[in-house]
Every structure is written in C-alpha cells, then in structure tokens.
Design a protein around this ligand. Structure first.
Ligand SMILES: C[S@@+](CC[C@H](N)C(=O)[O-])C[C@H]1O[C@@H](n2cnc3c(N)ncnc32)[C@H](O)[C@@H]1O
Length: 156
C-alpha cells in the first residue's frame, strides 16, 4: 500500500489513451516522454522507484541497454528499477480441450513464425537480470511468473 504522500508520475510517448488529469488522484500525473531519447534534465536523479512494463515489441536491435540507461538516469542514489516483461521466447502452446493436440496448434505458430521473426531476435528478455548487473545495478533479481489459466487468453 503506497502512502498518499507518494507522488506517482506516469510516462508514455502518446497520452491519448491516458485518463484525463481530472480523473486521476491528485498524487498521480501523466507526462509525455520518448523513453528511447536522451533523458530530459528535469528527470535526472528524481525517482526512488522506476517501473517499466511490456516493452518487448518496442525494443530495437535486441538491445535494452539504451533504454535501461535512461531508467537508471531517473533514479535517486539507492533507487530501484522494476521491469515486468513478457518472455516471448519461453511461450508454449496449451489447450483446454484434450481433444486438441498442442502440437497441431504449435505447427500453425511455427508456420507464421517468420512474420514474427521479422521483428528480430528478442533474447534480451530472459537475459535481463544479467543485463541489469552489467550496467552496475546491485542486488538484481529475476522472478519468473507463469500465468494462471484464467489469463491464458490474455496472452494469445
Ligand atoms: C505494450 S504498451 C504497454 C503499456 C503499459 N506499460 C502496460 O504495461 O500496460 C506499450 C506502450 O508504450 C508506449 N510507447 C511506445 N513507444 C514509446 C516510447 N518511445 N517511449 C515511451 N512510450 C512508448 C505506447 O504508446 C504504449 O502505451
């Protein structure tokens, strides 16, 4: 539970889907930011915690380091980064109906994989813990969460 004295700043390159500020709690604000561009000076060293989620499809050249450098730049000394990501590489087919063979569904996915591969490799996700450590972050931890069945559809 966060203290009501905590200030929460949200960032996105496009704020058209963000709630209007009149509907946000007074300690929450949204700001336009291109996370891959050089960090604006007023954000440097500003935050105790920086959280990022679901950037897989946005990552260029299989390399999260330029973005991670920006996140580190936003931190106060001894601050924390939390990064939630979808591990596309570890994805596997499951079926609710035992009459449907997962291998059949996998064959369809393998058929369309070249389209997916056009985005380039995305091996960085499972290496994120090591990438954090290589950037000098301390006490890094990588937690893997399997989705509960009720969320499998969300992941298709
Ligand atoms: C897959 S969504 C994830 C949204 C949110 N983080 C979440 O977990 O629900 C990706 C978001 O990144 C934003 N985005 C795309 N390019 C960006 C950039 N260069 N800098 C910051 N945000 C960007 C998109 O506008 C979109 O809202």
């Amino acid at each position: 539970m966060l203290s009501s004295s905590a200030q929460l700043d949200g960032f996105d390159i496009d704020l058209t889907q963000a709630p209007p500020k009149q509907w946000l709690p007074s300690n929450v604000a949204m700001h336009k930011l291109d996370a891959f561009s050089p960090l604006p000076h007023d954000l440097v060293g500003k935050y105790d915690i920086v959280h990022l989620r679901l950037f897989t499809v946005l990552m260029k050249h299989n390399n999260p380091v330029p973005l991670l450098r920006n996140l580190i730049g936003m931190l106060k000394p001894n601050g924390y980064i939390q990064w939630d990501e979808h591990d596309h590489i570890s994805q596997k087919v499951v079926t609710a109906d035992p009459a449907i063979n997962p291998k059949t569904v996998q064959a369809v996915l393998d058929f369309v994989r070249p389209i997916d591969d056009m985005m380039g490799p995305r091996t960085w996700v499972s290496a994120l813990g090591d990438i954090f450590a290589a950037q000098g972050l301390l006490r890094t931890r990588l937690y893997r969460f399997a989705l509960p069945p009720e969320l499998y559809r969300y992941d298709t």
